[in-house]
Design a protein around this ligand. Structure first.
Ligand code: NAD
Length: 506
């Protein structure tokens, strides 16, 4: 059932689709074009965070399975069945792959919601269209890439070629399981590499289906492999593997730092990192459309339960408009997101990923209190949803940028209002963080906007908007938010390396 038809599904239809999908959950690893059990037979349980029920016992890949998958990927790369076929042929397979994702959107969507707790409406409106767009965009890049013949002295011809790396290892997070994986695998595959993907163990189900659809689209066996398993075991083994030529990672900054170490301890593979954030949204006194700005503020932190790398968790508000801003935020934002059953298409807020995360986020809220911030609303778990890992949308005011809730990535629906006086102080507070993923700026003055754009150290800045974009937008961070860019033509190019061929002519 394609994406277009799904927007009309009601709760009953989604419940029925989920019941069907549950009976067909694939738990094995996908290596060399087929499903196989983990070599050591280990398993881990994946849990539905909306009700705490176990969903499946997934095969837990270990270093042995990673090695099997990398060997298959290396063999496929060397065979040239993917890396050396005509660019348009590769393009056609990837187009078919995108079409199959669209065609199987219903089953992919329910897997995502069951496993991660994401509202089904969001999967259908944002995640899956994003997956399809990403595969299509990266396919379109395939025959747009060019090398160069440079200007040289007579008697020399110098060509610069672009070639894939070989085996790319991809490690992805759980907050957008399919989309974050696709931001890695689509450009890597389009550029002619072969891939071993290690999805997050908290939401491991949907990526297996993705790999299966790739083969159904005509992708040769061994080109796209998926090894589920724990991070410290399977993820570590992938990042340490000597035949992996590039490792591309999305996840926390702490694990990103480990990935750099693993590359250094092994074969000095290329490392692309997309890590955490503590995004500031800056609201100047002259903001043009107050309600639109406030709406962007609460949506920017409450969407996807705040489990977003670029969640606008720090709301930097000009002191002169702070009272009005908070008042309007409470009026518009307090009830805008209501925790509920994520399989109900009317729900816009699901549970957090796990009970542990719920405990961690509630602990952060507690810290906010203890360090002197003022709780305006939220701050606990909702009544009536005790079996799930839910946290209510929460607003703190009176936050100082040195408080824990302003410094650490909460990864939950917790907004902090921090006051500032003047643009220079706003820039200083915005930059007073180890992160630099994204920022929002709200002002009607072009000069002020440009000063903030220049002054804020972040890879993505939205002006009078937030969290918008399309596939042309480079997405990635400054500082400890990472060193790479997803989406965009540059992302595609980053899965290739240049080769200089200097011909001395006789
Ligand atoms: P995480 O770092 O805990 O895990 C990410 C992945 O790394 C998982 O697949 C995990 O199994 C694996 N992993 C864990 N330990 C490992 C190890 N020692 N060696 C190798 N792999 C290991 O992150 P998470 O909790 O899954 O995701 C949330 C984090 O991801 C947040 O910090 C968020 O900001 C970040 N994120 C960033 C972006 C971005 O584009 N910058 C996008 C989404 C999420």
């Amino acid at each position: 059932m394609s994406l277009q038809t799904l927007s009309g599904h009601d709760r009953g239809q989604w419940k029925a689709a989920a019941a069907t999908a549950r009976k067909r959950i694939e738990t094995r690893l996908f290596i060399d074009g087929r499903f196989v059990d983990a070599a050591k037979g280990g398993r881990f349980t994946t849990i539905n965070p909306a009700n705490g029920e176990p969903l499946a016992e997934m095969s837990a890949g270990t270093a042995e399975d990673i090695d099997r998958a990398v060997t298959a990927a290396r063999r496929a790369f060397k065979a040239g069945c993917w890396s050396r076929i005509a660019p348009r042929q590769r393009m056609e397979i990837l187009y078919r792959f995108a079409a199959l994702v669209d065609q199987h959107a219903e089953s992919l969507a329910v897997l995502e919601t069951l496993d991660m707790g994401k509202p089904i409406a969001d999967v259908v409106a944002a995640d899956l269209p994003g997956v399809v767009d990403t595969i299509r965009f990266m396919s379109e890049c395939i025959d747009k890439i060019e090398g160069a013949v440079t200007n040289t002295e007579a008697g020399v011809m110098h060509m610069v070629l672009r070639e894939p790396y070989g085996v790319v290892g991809a490690i992805s997070p759980w907050n957008y399981p399919l989309l974050m994986a696709t931001w890695k695998i689509a450009p890597a595959l389009a550029a002619g590499n072969t891939v071993v993907l290690k999805p997050a163990e908290q939401a491991p189900m949907s990526c297996l289906r993705l790999a299966e659809l790739f083969v159904e689209a005509g992708g040769p066996p061994g080109v796209f492999n998926v090894v589920n398993g724990l991070g410290e075991e399977a993820g570590r083994a992938l990042a340490l593997h000597d035949d992996v030529r590039k490792i591309t990672f999305t996840g926390s900054t702490a694990v990103g730092k480990l990935i750099l170490q693993y590359a250094g301890q092994s074969n000095m593979k290329q490392v692309a990192l997309e890590c955490g954030g503590k995004t500031p949204q800056v609201f100047l006194a002259d903001v043009a459309d107050f309600d639109r700005a406030v709406t962007a503020a609460y949506r920017g932190i409450f969407s996807n339960m705040g489990e977003v790398c670029n969640a606008g968790s720090r709301l930097l508000v000009d002191r002169s408009i702070k009272d009005r801003f908070v008042e309007r935020f409470i009026e518009l934002g307090r009830d805008a997101f209501a925790p509920g059953d994520p399989l109900d298409p009317a729900t816009n807020m699901g549970p957090l990923i796990s009970r542990e995360d719920q405990k961690r986020v509630l602990g952060m809220i507690d810290k906010g209190h203890k360090e002197g911030a003022k709780l305006e609303f939220g701050g606990g778990a909702p009544d009536g949803l005790k079996d799930g890992a839910y946290v209510n949308p929460t607003l703190f005011t009176g936050v100082k940028n040195d408080m824990t809730i302003a410094r650490q990535e909460i990864f939950g629906p917790v907004a902090s209002v921090i006051e500032f006086d003047g643009v220079d102080e706003a820039i200083a507070i915005a930059n007073d963080t180890v992160y630099g993923l994204a920022a929002g700026v709200w002002t009607r003055d072009l000069d002020t906007a440009f000063k903030l754009v220049r002054g804020i150290e972040a890879g993505v800045i939205w002006i009078n908007s937030f969290d918008e974009g399309d596939m042309t937008q480079p997405f990635g961070g400054y500082k400890q938010s990472g060193n790479a860019r997803d989406k965009c033509f540059d992302s595609f190019k980053s899965y290739t390396q240049t080769k200089s061929a200097w011909f001395r002519l006789s």
